[in-house]
Design a protein around this ligand. Structure first.
Ligand code: SAM
Length: 340
């Protein structure tokens, strides 16, 4: 792949050649997961990253600090399943101690959240998104290949009790799996005060089995929800760089979000960048290339050198993810190893 040439003098901050500025850093703290969602991972799991290739807490904090000093204002911890990293509470505390202090969020499957929600909040975690595609116990077990719905429910409650609010629930709608129960899921979230967001399924599965024709589109999700609820779109101006189109439900104040990542990509407003558990910077979920920070970091690179590598990666960010392009090729790393 050919890249646009890097200008000799680049503007400061994490800008790309289309004028977007990265402010939201997603950090995958591990590629391991305790669920085996059929649309994400095979039943037997994946070849996990060897420990020696993963950034230590100290290395991760050093890199996150470089991002933060160059304009990142929000750090989202993800995975894999972020709660499987043993030092997750200490990592959050370390990020909260950075200057300037970024907002700290986490995307988790919620399985281990009940045990650690208060500790995370005390360490400085501000908000949490819990992934939950169904509240039907049988469908949950089939979909995740684990019987853990009760743990996720307990995790959600614990998140509210710990003040990690607003607690958001993320769901992927899938044909023949949960598409006929999207309204039930919304009703369940409304009753409990969770903010639900649906996301279109993207070609990021380890099995490379995604097929656009099978995907439930944002429009279909909206139509299904509208069978039971009155949805009023919130003004587009309130959206900013947020990927979800939000609707008031039955006049509000509760809302539901729908993220049309495939049918109406939000790339033009994207302010994200990513760091993988093994120290690679990715400028897009769908990048086919990445920039290695781990090697220079371990070879003694200074912060300026790391920053230069990060800025170079950002400058190469493409205009869009290109899912609809005829030459689109799914990245080698699956979602679980990039960090969703
Ligand atoms: N384990 C954590 C969790 O479950 O939230 C974090 C990692 S998980 C990969 C992050 C999110 O990506 C989950 O909400 C999951 O449903 C979503 N996801 C996984 N594969 C996806 C795909 N192909 N398209 C859209 N979302 C996907």
């Amino acid at each position: 792949m050919t890249h646009p040439p890097l200008p000799l003098v680049r503007p400061g901050g994490l800008v790309d050649q289309f004028g977007r500025v990265a402010r939201d850093l997603r950090v995958s703290v591990t590629d391991r997961c305790n669920l085996r969602c059929t649309y994400c991972m095979p039943a037997e799991g994946l070849p996990w990253l060897p420990k020696a290739e993963m950034l230590t807490d100290e290395e991760m904090l050093r890199v996150i600090g470089v991002f933060v000093r160059d304009g990142v204002t929000q750090v989202r911890l993800t995975g894999g399943e972020p709660l499987l990293r043993r030092s997750i509470v200490e990592l959050v505390a370390g990020i909260a101690a950075l200057a300037p202090r970024p907002r700290i969020a986490m995307t988790t499957n919620g399985v281990g959240l009940a045990r650690v929600a208060q500790g995370l909040a005390d360490a400085g975690l501000d908000r949490v998104n819990v992934s939950l595609d169904t509240i039907d116990a049988e469908t949950f077990t089939h979909l995740t290949r684990r019987d853990r719905l009760g743990d996720v429910e307990a995790g959600l409650k614990a998140a509210v009790d710990a003040g990690l609010t607003p607690v958001k629930v993320n769901a992927v709608a899938m044909r023949g799996v949960n598409d006929d129960t999207v309204s039930e899921l919304l009703g369940w979230c409304l009753e409990r005060g969770y903010e639900l967001r649906f996301i279109e399924q993207m070609p990021l599965d380890a099995q490379h089995a995604w097929d656009r024709r099978d995907m439930i589109t944002a429009e279909e999700i909206r139509a299904r929800l509208a069978e039971r609820y009155t949805l009023t779109p919130l003004p587009a101006a309130e959206r900013g760089s947020a990927p979800a189109e939000r609707f008031l439900v039955d006049g509000g104040p509760a809302t539901v979000g729908i993220i049309a990542s495939v049918t109406a990509p939000f790339c033009a407003a994207c302010d994200r960048t990513r760091l993988t558990a093994d120290g690679q910077v990715r400028n897009c979920l769908f990048s086919r290339t990445e920039t290695d920070l781990r090697t220079p970091l371990r070879d003694g690179a200074g912060d300026d050198e790391l920053l230069d590598l990060i800025r170079g990666e950002m400058w190469r960010k493409r205009r869009g993810h290109g899912i609809g392009d005829p030459d689109f090729v799914q990245p080698d790393r699956p979602m679980s190893a990039i960090g969703g």
